[in-house]
Each structure stands twice: as structure tokens, then as C-alpha cells.
Design a protein around this ligand. Sequence first.
Ligand SMILES: C[S@@+](CC[C@H](N)C(=O)[O-])C[C@H]1O[C@@H](n2cnc3c(N)ncnc32)[C@H](O)[C@@H]1O
Length: 224
Amino acid sequence: MINTTQSRAVESTQTGIHEHIESLVRKHTVSQYLRPIPDFSRSAFQEFERQFAASGKKHIIVDSCCGTGESTAHLAAHYEDCFVVGVDKSAHRLGKHLLHREAINASNYVVLRADVEDFVRLLEPYLLFIDKHCIFYPNPYPKPHHIMRRWHGHPLFATMLHLAPLTELRTNWRLYAEEFAFAASLLGYTSRMQEMQDVQPISAFERKYHASGHTLFQVVVERP
Ligand SMILES: C[S@@+](CC[C@H](N)C(=O)[O-])C[C@H]1O[C@@H](n2cnc3c(N)ncnc32)[C@H](O)[C@@H]1O
């Protein structure tokens, strides 16, 4: 299991929204992301297509960077009418999923090993089916020069937001939430940012941060 001992709050020398986020987001709107899609992501995507078709569902929820896939199973139990796909690139984390599958009563989901960078591009033909895109506790990359590793600084940010009418980010770093919401607004999206209340953890990192007394932030972005 993931270590649930005290976790330190995110520390960064950055004190406000990154000075380059606006120029980065604008630059990425006029460039194309051409990184080839590797076979392991393509195979995972084929498995998603097979299982989604077999599920008979008409609605999809995407749980990007799902870690052990605990949130994926919780989302599936909560949204019974949807098929939920959890994606993470860590075989190690996904290897711990079985415990959640046994503990949480849901079968309308799959967790797959793939790179989110590939999966969000492969999902393009399914846009009409996708109701929600969840990104829970992405790695914060607090060093200012790692801004492009944060999802809102990534060339695929627009593609990620375009995936669903609703995108929900959760993070324990206020600045990440503020930057994400700001970057979304630059692309014409409206967003609501709030501190989470009465947290009932649905993922390993949510549980760890909550148990450590961190304030948890939620940003809900709506497609125009
Ligand atoms: C801090 S963990 C959060 C995991 C989970 N969402 C949770 O709340 O417990 C971040 C996760 O993002 C995954 N990740 C980072 N970049 C990724 C990418 N490009 N594609 C897929 N997974 C990625 C990591 O493997 C890791 O499991």
C-alpha cells in the first residue's frame, strides 16, 4: 500500500502564478503535439475500446493519473450508468489495484497502464460519450522551471480540457489549483475553485494528504 504516514505540504520557491504560464498556454494553442504514440498505450486503448463496447454503457468518465485505481473504482460505484477508465503509467501502482476491486462493489470500469499524453489523444473519437475527466493529485512539480510538466503547462492542456464537458482537478497545492484555473480561463473555460470540505478520501494520495492535515483544493472546469 502507499505510505500513509505524515506527508509534507508542497514547498516551492514560486509565490504566485507562474510568470510564463500565459505565454506557454498561448504558444501551445498554435502548435501541434506530434510525439508518436507507443505500442503499450495503443494496446491499452484497444482494451478500453473492447471493454467499453462490452459494458453496454453510453457514458464515459476518464480518471487520468489514477495511481492504484482506487478513485476509478469509487467513481464507477458512484456513477453506475457510466463506464470509468482509469489510466496510469506506473505498473507498480496499478499492481496494487486488486485490493480495491475486491473492496469496492463495481464492475463498470477498467484500469489500464498507459501514458495519459497518449490516451487523451486516442480518446478523440469518443468525445461525445465522455461526461467527465478527473485528474486527482497530479504530481505537482513545484520547481518553477518544471512548469511544462504541470498539466496546465503541457502542450496537451487544451486537448485534456476539450475531452469532457466537465474536468475536475484535485490537488493539495493551492498554487497548482490557481494556475490550472487561470490557464483554463485563457482557453475560454469557466472554472470554480474551492477548498474541499468534509473530505471522504477516494484515493491513496487524497487519504494521505487529508490525514496529514493538508487543505485539499478542487477545481471544476466547464467546457464553453
Ligand atoms: C501523486 S500520484 C496520484 C495518484 C492518484 N490519482 C491518487 O490520488 O492517489 C500521481 C500519479 O500520476 C501518474 N502519472 C504521472 N504522469 C503520468 C502520465 N503522463 N501518464 C500516466 N500517469 C501519469 C503517476 O504514475 C502517479 O501514479
